[in-house]
Design a protein around this ligand. Structure first.
Ligand code: TIU
Length: 220
């Protein structure tokens, strides 16, 4: 175990049993013309975390620790997308409709790909998930158990939607969870701040939060 300075108290990272999960760093959320844009969001905010996220991925790769990438992605026939999800809100384009980067949130479309700077490399796991959480209908828990993973470090977007949902799902499944606060972002700064406070409140009811520099201080 190696201690990482974190809130609400130091996080005990178990190097042989820790994986990084990078949530949904896809063009659909980060670039104009994608799903995030269709919901009326200012997508420029999210691109700002690409350098810190790349730094975090680099740290895991240097140590040979597992890196897992998720994508919010539906099958082309949308059979894994509940009608309620397609109907929700008043978007300029719905899930499955064609935008500037292809069909929104559909696997295989240009907009559904992870941004170039954070692209997965050979041997890294890429999980397509139909929900906001990374465990729903993905089989990921079984894969992590087979790998002996007990600790998960989180990054990605958006903090209060897919990241927080995934972290809560992971917490309920017994993983020790750490969120890297400068490698996650929201379209709404106040929601990022609130999500972080909710995670660390009550003695870390969901997990721990720390900046990238503290992981670098512990592991280089
Ligand atoms: N809309 C929003 O903030 N997020 C999502 O729809 N998905 C993820 O967070 N990935």
């Amino acid at each position: 175990m190696t201690q990482v300075t974190a809130r609400p108290y130091p996080y005990e990272l178990d190097p042989g049993h820790t994986a990084l999960v990078v949530i949904d760093m896809q063009r659909d959320f980060i670039e104009p013309g994608g799903f995030g844009d269709s919901l009326g969001n200012d997508v420029a905010r999210l691109a700002a975390i690409i350098p810190a996220t790349a730094g975090l991925i680099g740290l895991f790769r240097r140590h040979g620790w597992p890196v897992i990438h998720t994508r919010e992605a539906h099958k082309p026939d949308l059979s894994d997308c509940p009608p309620s999800k397609i109907r929700r809100g008043n978007p300029s384009l719905h899930i499955g409709e064609s935008g500037a980067m292809g069909r929104l949130l559909v696997a295989g479309e240009p907009g559904n790909q992870i941004v170039e700077a954070l692209a997965p490399i050979e041997g890294e796991i890429v999980v397509d998930k139909p929900g906001k959480g990374m465990f729903w209908a993905t089989g990921l828990h079984e894969r992590l158990q087979a790998m002996g993973i007990t600790h998960l470090v989180f990054a990605g977007v958006t903090t209060e939607v897919c990241v927080q949902t995934s972290m809560r799902e992971a917490n309920d499944r017994g993983y020790e969870c750490l969120l890297v606060e400068d490698a996650t972002e929201s379209y709404f700064p106040q929601f990022k701040a609130s999500a972080i406070e909710m995670i660390v409140a009550q003695g870390g009811i969901v997990g721990w939060v720390t900046p990238l520099r503290e992981l670098e201080a512990s592991f280089g």
